[in-house]
Write a protein that binds this ligand. Sequence first.
Ligand SMILES: Cc1cc2nc3c(=O)[nH]c(=O)nc-3n(C[C@H](O)[C@H](O)[C@H](O)COP(=O)(O)O)c2cc1C
Length: 192
Amino acid sequence: MGAPAKTIWAGSTQLAPVPAVLVGTGDGRLHPWNVLTVAWAGTLASAPPVVGIGVRRSRFSFGQLEKLGAFTVNLPSADMAETVDYCGVVSGRDTDKFAVRHLTALPASKVTAPVVAECPLSLECRVIRSVDLGSHVLFLGQVEAVQVTSALIDAKGHLDLARANLLAYAHGNYYSLGECLGHFGYSVRKQG
Ligand SMILES: Cc1cc2nc3c(=O)[nH]c(=O)nc-3n(C[C@H](O)[C@H](O)[C@H](O)COP(=O)(O)O)c2cc1C
């Protein structure tokens, strides 16, 4: 069997799978706590830890990000898919998404933005730079603290992420993660 035949398309947003995360903004005082769904998100550096999120100027959250320079990245579990979708189609301009979706907003430890308590993991981020990319602005956030649901930490202090049942997103559809196929470096370790 030869290499598969290819069709060439114009450049577009085909990268998949990606996370679909709940990004928290606001300060819970002058600027109401809000949450929006973001799929254009990723880890970009480890020391210091930096994540990036791409946000359109039209989002209610955009003004909060610009004014307050802080956000949280909350990783939802697969059973939160419907809530994630809702937070991605309804605006905080006219709706309290926390209230409608029965989400619990907790104060973060280092930033003004809220932590979504129902999410197994939350990254508290301080905006260190923003980059105009055309349709979206890339906000680079240094991760100042991470909140983990304690029940996911085992007796040795290790995070058991498999039990978090994280949500993934690919080309318009939500997925739960499938079976674990191996671990970092297993390809060479098993040969050795
Ligand atoms: C699965 C999914 C992924 C999304 N990803 C992004 C994204 O990466 N960037 C963005 O600006 N909007 C994204 N959106 C759209 C916003 O979440 C949506 O417009 C939201 O209602 C904005 O909320 P806000 O007005 O309260 O800020 C996504 C929506 C969905 C459903």
